[in-house]
Write a new protein. Structure first.
Length: 97
């Protein structure tokens, strides 16, 4: 249930990941085999963060919010958007095409 509530955000392309990272394959594997996988820590933290963003609790001034705003500004300056999670997972063969 916890990740199911976040499915629309992921499928609609609101979640972006880097094209390459040392942790990317393990992260995507854990997300795609959930709830039948051995681990779910990254699934839980991803679901909690996406829920936090969806709730939009006013104008929080903590470090995560500041970091997110700075990253958003940096992305606006870049010419191309990162690929959505669903596209990366399909390319890696973790989801059907």
């Amino acid at each position: 249930m916890r990740m199911h509530a976040q499915t629309a955000m992921i499928e609609n392309g609101f979640v972006h990941l880097p094209k390459a990272a040392p942790w990317l394959a393990a992260y995507l594997h854990e997300l795609t085999v959930f709830p039948n996988g051995r681990h779910d820590d990254q699934v839980d933290s991803t679901a909690q963060l996406l829920d936090w963003f969806k709730r939009g609790s006013g104008e929080p001034q903590d470090w995560l919010w500041q970091l997110t705003k700075e990253e958003h500004r940096a992305q606006q300056a870049r010419p191309a958007r990162p690929e959505p999670l669903s596209v990366i997972a399909k390319r890696m063969g973790l989801l059907p095409r």
